[in-house]
Design a protein around this ligand. Sequence first.
Ligand code: DAK
Length: 254
Amino acid sequence: MSYDCISLNRREKIGIIKLQRPEALNALNHQMIKELDQVFMEWEADEYVRAVIITGEKNFAAGADINDMLDFNPEQARAFSFRHCFARIEAFSKPVLAAISGFALGGGMELALVCDWRIADKTARLGLPEINLGIFPGAGGTLRLPRLIGAARAKEMIFSGRTINVEQALQYGLINQLADDALAETIQTAEMLASKPPVALKLAKQCINQAFDIDGTKAIEFESIAWASCFATRDQQEGMKAFIEKRKPEFTGT
Ligand code: DAK
């Protein structure tokens, strides 16, 4: 498949997706969402991909494309779904990182919220300005933002539509890290994650994602089953042997 709105790059075990509609500050349109969905589907099945980075040409993304939404009626608005694609990214079995420069607004910030790890540089501006358009965040923002930074801060951002800078984003816990060069730092972090045992990483991600959706007892039960299943992997043996033999482990994903 050829891509019109994104470009792809592979750096050994890291897959890098660049959002590429710079003329519209990478506003997310239907085609871009379709392309993102396709790449995540392909890279899910690709065992050589161990971590994925989403970044943007100059900016991350200034939201969903307002031109597309202008004349929607409620049925069309419901059909304009990012849900499937965002759910696929959130459930992706390998770490997904957002490297954020420039604007990450509205649906663009919601895309960053489905990632596991967010690294931004000083140029980053984050916000959910939908309220100023007569709508509010509808691609998971009302759920994922309060989970991440608490209801009070989430309401502040969603009700006011205010854009925050990177220091504030760090203070709110909205980003993991501030870096001089967001993409370079994110690549380094992705490489670190790509060296971890993939099965344990996948299971840890599943446990954390599920913990918010199921009751506590079930979450602990799920965790203990997932944890025990690590002992069916060679990587568990390798990790523990390497510790005892005082050497660096070599994880193979088996
Ligand atoms: N959509 C379409 N075009 C956009 C855009 C957007 N979100 N953001 C920027 N652009 C376009 C501008 O129209 C301009 O195009 P030309 O006029 O050159 O043709 C070009 O990008 C450069 O933008 P500016 O000239 O405005 O650049 P400035 O540096 O002056 O300002 C800005 C940058 C980011 C402050 C400004 O562009 C801006 O305020 N943009 C809109 C930000 C925004 O309101 N974002 C939220 C959009 S609503 C859902 C799924 C998704 C969503 C909701 C539900 N479901 C599936 C249920 C999400 C909704 C949204 O994201």
